[in-house]
Design a protein around this ligand. Sequence first.
Ligand SMILES: [Zn+2]
Length: 86
Amino acid sequence: MNTTFKEILLKEGLKDWEIRKTHSGGGLCLHFTKKIWIDGEHWNLPFLLHEVAHALLPRKHYHDAIWGDKYTMLCEKYLTREALKC
Ligand SMILES: [Zn+2]
């Protein structure tokens, strides 16, 4: 699963970003240090794509419409139709 996550980062042009499994209780996108933190309990593709959408946009967008479009685009690209139902 780790390889797949890294592959997605590479495909999205985030090649110098790192993903780290944490116990933070959620996800975090650290633009300054180029790190994505994801809690072990949320270690799944939709959660990764959520953080990747943050990584691809300036911090100010947070969860606005532009971020929403980016997240939707990533989901359509990487998630199967079955996965989108949940
Ligand atoms: Zn978020």
